[in-house]
Every structure is written in structure tokens, then in C-alpha cells.
Write a protein that binds this ligand. Structure first.
Ligand SMILES: NC(=O)c1ccc[n+]([C@@H]2O[C@H](COP(=O)([O-])OP(=O)(O)OC[C@H]3O[C@@H](n4cnc5c(N)ncnc54)[C@H](O)[C@@H]3O)[C@@H](O)[C@H]2O)c1
Length: 403
């Protein structure tokens, strides 16, 4: 297409369940995108979602492929079907927006990533945290040297099982891949983004509820350079008792993020004269700090910084033997509008992910939530699952499978 005006990217949805509904609402009206059809073998679900969005309801992925207005496929089926569905869509020449996880095994994830490359199509994995303004801000602060690289990552997830009845596919590893694969991938990917490297090894534990399925898992993941990331997921709570903490240790500084969709970051840092001034200026730069392409700010964001000058002595302080003169204490808060804003931040992150797909299709670029990230997260999840089952440490392998 020439002259600027482009036809909107036609998207077809496969899998008309709960999350598909959320995604379609989140991306409704996105410039450059047009929903053209939805598909699900459960005819009632397809009909309901199709009617809601005014598009035809079809029975299968193959039906979507028969339409020449479907440029990209949005995959929102259960995890065990993702790899085969993505493979078929890519082979049919379509771009892919794939719900996480990319696959339930690293070998399958690698095969899909390879197929996307071979086909020259964009593949985006819906790791929503990649489009969260607070995670972007932490990455920027690290890049600017205001935060030292993360040396320790911790994620504690007291998650809700309120809507996960005993027959839900979530509990059945043959459909979900297990908790590390189904849910853990979000945070394996976030750790990869924040630490800046692919993990090398993992040890893990899985605990089952009495007479029931595994509902609590933990993994210690080692990244290069001795960076340790600990991940814990416990699907044992009512919605109202859900809570999450992501804690990043930067040595002289600490970041605490709350919410699995992070909504608030609290930073505590010991700094020198120069950085005390730089931190103090930070609120003036709030727009740039929190910017995510395609994420429309809510207008309720707040960055506050308090610098306590000479809160400590001017004698050099040491961690890991490294002396630093850091007498000033910084307390910074980055807030996206409070707990009640979770649905908005979640939806806008999904919308930003879809905007990234559209941009990458037009520019031939690679999305922030790309196939390499999808593969890495599944590889850690698979290794963690095996580590928990065998009680042995496992190497994380993204190679050895065709990439
Ligand atoms: N990114 C996120 O934050 C996030 C959040 C929730 C769920 N998810 C992911 O979204 C996906 C869907 O989850 P859900 O909760 O909506 O599940 P769901 O069970 O509510 O819906 C799945 C739908 O897929 C359909 N389906 C199953 N196999 C199919 C196939 N082969 N072809 C076409 N349709 C098929 C089912 O009939 C059902 O309608 C999962 O992969 C889940 O991990 C992602």
C-alpha cells in the first residue's frame, strides 16, 4: 500500500472463552486494527462473542484461514493447543498474537519461533508485563544508572483460585502445562526483561493440596553473573485475599512492586550527591519515564520523590566489598492510580501489545514481547516443572532445539 493510508490489519480470533472477551474489549477501536471474525468449536461461545462485536462466528481456525481478510490470528485457546494453532496460522501466512504461554514445551516453542522466522511473519506472545509502565520505568532507571543492575529478583504470588473449579483445565497439566507454564511464564519473562539475561539453571518445589492437584509451586532460577530469581505461585486464595510482591535488590537500592499487574513501585535507595539531585528531578520527567508505545496514560499517574539528605554518614559504605559514598536516602513512589486501576492498566497493557503487533507488521520490526522471550519463558517453566518432579536441579535449555 502506498501514500500513507493503510488498510487496517484484519484479525481473526480463535478460542472464544473468558480471556478472549477481555482482549477483544481491550483492543476495540484500536487504530489500524479490524476484527473480522471469531472462531470456536463451541458454537454458542463463538456466536455470543461474534454478536457482541458484530462479526461472523465460525467453527475453527481452518474457517478463519479460508477468509482473505484475516491477516493475523489471535490465539486464545487453552495452552496445550497454542503451538499447533500458531504453527498452522503461520503456515497459512498469517501473523500471530498468541496468548501466553507460547507452547507447553520448549521444543514446541522453538519450532513455532523458527516457523515465524521462516514465514517472515510477526509473532507476539501476550506477556502483558512487557507493556506495563512501571516495569518499563525500572528498565529505564537501570539504563540511566539510577538503579544498579538487579542482583536478586523475588516474586511472591498469593493468587486467586476462586474461579478455578476442580474441573477447570488449569489444574490439568495435559491442558495447561502446569502452573509454571500456564502462569509462571509471565514472571520468568519479566525477570528476563528486568535482569537482562536468559536463565541458566533452576531448582523447584511443587506442593499439592490434600487430595487434590498441585496448587503451590516455587522455583529458584539462576541467571548469569550470579543473579538469583525466586518465583512463588500459590493458587489458594479468594479474590479479595489476592496479593503479590515483586522485589528487586539493586544492592544499595531496593524496588518493591505490588500487584501481579504492577500498579505501584516503591523504591528505596542510598545515593551520592549527583544522584540525589537526579532523583529529585525525576517527577519532572514522569511522562518519559512511564511511557509505553500504545499505552494511553490514565491521567492519574504519580511520581513522588523524597530525598533525605545526609541520612547516613559520609564514610564509604560497602556491599560485596565495593566502597561507595552514599550518604543520602531516596524514597520514590511510582503509582499508576491505585489498586482500583488494575482492570484499566491490565486492559491498556493488552491494547499496547496489540498496537505493537500492528506496528511490527507494518515496519517489519520485532515486538517487545517476541518469540525469543516466549521461548525462554517456556524453557524455564519446563525445566522448573521437571526440577520439581525429580527433585533435581535442571539446566535451562533454549538451544538444542531448532531455533
Ligand atoms: N495474558 C494474560 O494475562 C492471560 C490471562 C488469562 C488467560 N490467558 C490465556 O488465555 C488463554 C485462554 O484462557 P481462558 O481463560 O479464556 O480459557 P477458556 O477456557 O475460558 O476459553 C478457551 C476457549 O478456547 C476454545 N477452544 C479450545 N480448544 C480449541 C481449539 N482447538 N480451537 C478453537 N477453540 C478452542 C474453548 O471452546 C473455549 O471457548 C489461555 O492460554 C490462558 O493462559 C492469558
Amino acid at each position: 500500500m502506498t501514500g500513507g493510508a493503510r488498510a487496517p490489519l484484519g484479525i481473526g480470533l480463535v478460542g472464544c472463552g473468558g480471556f478472549a472477551e477481555f482482549v477483544l474489549d481491550a483492543v476495540a477501536g484500536l487504530p489500524g486494527l479490524r476484527l473480522v471474525a471469531v472462531a470456536d468449536p463451541a458454537a454458542d461461545r463463538a456466536a455470543r462473542l461474534g454478536a457482541r462485536h458484530g462479526v461472523p462466528a465460525l467453527g475453527s481456525l481452518d474457517d478463519l484461514h479460508l477468509r482473505d481478510d484475516v491477516d493475523a490470528v489471535l490465539i486464545a485457546t487453552p495452552p496445550a493447543t497454542h503451538a499447533a494453532t500458531a504453527m498452522a496460522a503461520l503456515r497459512a501466512g498469517r501473523h500471530v498474537f498468541c496468548e501466553k504461554p507460547l507452547a507447553t514445551t520448549a521444543a514446541d516453542a522453538a519450532a513455532v519461533a523458527a516457523e515465524a522466522r521462516r514465514a517472515g511473519r510477526v509473532l507476539l506472545v501476550d506477556h502483558v508485563l512487557r507493556y506495563n509502565p512501571l516495569l518499563r520505568a525500572i528498565q529505564r532507571l537501570t539504563k540511566r544508572g539510577l538503579l544498579a543492575p538487579v542482583r536478586r529478583f523475588l516474586f511472591e504470588n498469593d493468587a486467586s483460585d476462586q474461579d478455578l473449579g476442580p474441573d477447570h483445565w488449569f489444574w490439568d497439566p495435559t491442558h495447561s502445562g502446569g502452573i509454571f507454564v500456564e502462569h509462571g511464564v509471565h514472571f520468568f519473562d519479566a525477570a528476563r526483561a528486568l535482569i537482562g539475561s536468559d536463565p541458566v539453571s533452576v531448582r523447584a518445589t511443587a506442593v499439592a493440596r490434600p487430595g487434590g492437584p498441585v496448587d503451590m509451586v516455587s522455583a529458584d532460577v539462576v541467571h548469569p553473573g550470579g543473579v538469583l530469581a525466586s518465583h512463588l505461585h500459590s493458587f489458594t486464595h479468594a479474590h479479595r485475599a489476592e496479593r503479590q510482591l515483586m522485589r528487586l535488590d539493586h544492592g544499595f537500592a531496593e524496588t518493591r512492586l505490588s500487584g501481579w499487574i504492577p500498579l505501584r513501585a516503591e523504591i528505596s535507595a542510598w545515593v551520592d550527591d549527583t544522584d540525589a539531585d537526579r532523583w529529585q528531578q525525576l517527577p519532572l520527567d514522569m511522562g518519559t519515564l512511564l511511557a509505553v508505545d500504545g499505552f494511553e496514560p490514565l491521567g492519574e499517574e504519580l511520581v513522588t520523590v523524597h530525598v533525605d539528605r545526609h541520612a547516613g554518614s559520609t564514610e564509604p559504605a560497602r556491599g560485596r566489598g565495593e566502597p561507595r559514598t552514599v550518604p543520602h536516602h531516596v524514597r520514590a513512589v511510582l503509582d499508576l492510580g491505585g489498586e482500583t486501576r488494575k482492570p484499566y492498566v491490565y486492559a491498556r497493557s493488552v491494547r499496547a501489545a496489540m498496537a505493537d503487533l500492528v506496528r511490527c507488521v507494518h515496519e517489519g520490526a520485532t515486538p517487545a514481547a517476541d518469540a525469543a522471550g516466549g521461548l525462554s519463558a517456556v524453557a524455564v517453566a519446563e525445566a522448573a516443572t521437571l526440577a520439581a518432579a525429580t527433585g533435581t536441579g535442571q539446566a535451562v535449555r533454549t538451544t538444542g532445539v531448532a531455533v
